[in-house]
Design a protein around this ligand. Sequence first.
Ligand code: SAM
Length: 271
Amino acid sequence: MIDLARDAHSGLPDKRQVAASFSRAAASYDSVAALQRAVGSQLLQRLPATVSPQRWLDLGSGTGYFSRALAERFPEGQGIALDIAEGMLQHARPLGGAEQFIAGDAEHLPLQAESCGLIFSSLALQWCDSFDSVLAEAQRVLRPGGTFAFSSLCVGTLRELRDSWRAVDGFVHVNRFRHFDDYQGLCAASGLTVLSLDTQPEVLHYPDLRSLTHELKALGAHNLNSGRPSGLTGRARMRALVQAYERERQVLGLPATYQVVYGVLQKGIRP
Ligand SMILES: C[S@@+](CC[C@H](N)C(=O)[O-])C[C@H]1O[C@@H](n2cnc3c(N)ncnc32)[C@H](O)[C@@H]1O
């Protein structure tokens, strides 16, 4: 029930819900985003040393932490921060980094063809229904020789929470994630050259289940799937969930795995 259709990433929440959830989370996001900062920093390190864009795009820019990092790394370049959540843009705008803050969708970029030398996107594209549309848009918007660097999440993410819910009832309680081999297949077919594509697990630990679910909510990343059960979560079901998750406990606490995908792709140079 949790696994998504392997080629269609169907069953993701409505985009308006995603935008509203992240907008609500804009004020709390930075205080709980340690993993997001670590992953985005890894992605920055993976940029080829030759990248030096006149214009860069931070795609799914959130609170703008990496827009500001990109502005520091490329002081000569002009930056665009783009996000589907207006609340995130409102939070990021006064903090600077980018020249432009644009509300938009990664699957339909409101940008001209061949207008960016770098598209950087950290932990946003797992929210997109069609990763091939994202890749087609990257191919269109990048200048020849331009770089598309992304991090995302694949199957295995929040495995412990998903399995614990499965032990309690049959509902979808955890956002769906694409398989890593789908990322591989779609990137290989995109027309962009794949410079690197790999996946790495990151495991966070929490003292209790409540700390994990509060954090997901503060990030705006709690379950928004259409298959989620409606109404309040009954106390008995919560107790059963806590019991099931306790079976995963390790010395450091309750583990939550994030299966992170890193990709660096390049658009060819016309002969
Ligand atoms: C987990 S946050 C990551 C923010 C930032 N990149 C970071 O690393 O801190 C994901 C962001 O992606 C945005 N997002 C989700 N779906 C999107 C889409 N289809 N197009 C553009 N942005 C999207 C969300 O609004 C949210 O701000």
